[in-house]
Design a protein. Structure first.
Length: 127
């Protein structure tokens, strides 16, 4: 019988799933999916897809960096995650300007982005 671990651990015994920054990134993904559900059908392969891809890449890059063997690789993955957060911000503002989403929903998601960006920066400095 093959036993598959439920999470990947580093030598310090902590999983990426224990990181608050990763948990916050997952919350942002869920928020982006909620927001994009109401986008026009015509945007399914446009802004909806792009926003969702950028959102999913944030926790994915955090997890990937955590699994890397050097600090430099981890920092590079965190830089990619932070870049994806910036992409999300721009795309959300565009969605608001196009009238696809109410300003209050964008404001909440942008707060997630701001918090997440700070958290990623702080983690990167701590490495």
């Amino acid at each position: 019988m093959l036993i598959i671990p439920t999470h990947v651990e580093r030598s310090n015994g902590k999983s990426y799933r224990d990181l608050r920054v990763w948990q916050t990134a997952i919350s942002l993904v869920l928020e982006v999916y909620r927001i994009t559900e109401s986008f026009p059908h015509a945007e399914r392969f446009g802004l909806t897809s792009q926003l969702r891809r950028a959102a999913v890449s944030v926790p994915s890059n955090i997890a990937e960096g955590h699994a890397r063997s050097t600090r430099g690789e981890y920092k590079n993955s965190l830089s990619s995650a932070r870049g994806s957060v910036a992409e999300i911000e721009v795309q959300l503002m565009l969605a608001k300007e196009l009238g696809y989403v109410q300003p209050e929903f964008v404001a909440k998601a942008l707060e997630f982005c701001e918090t997440l960006s700070r958290m990623i920066t702080n983690l990167k400095r701590a490495l």
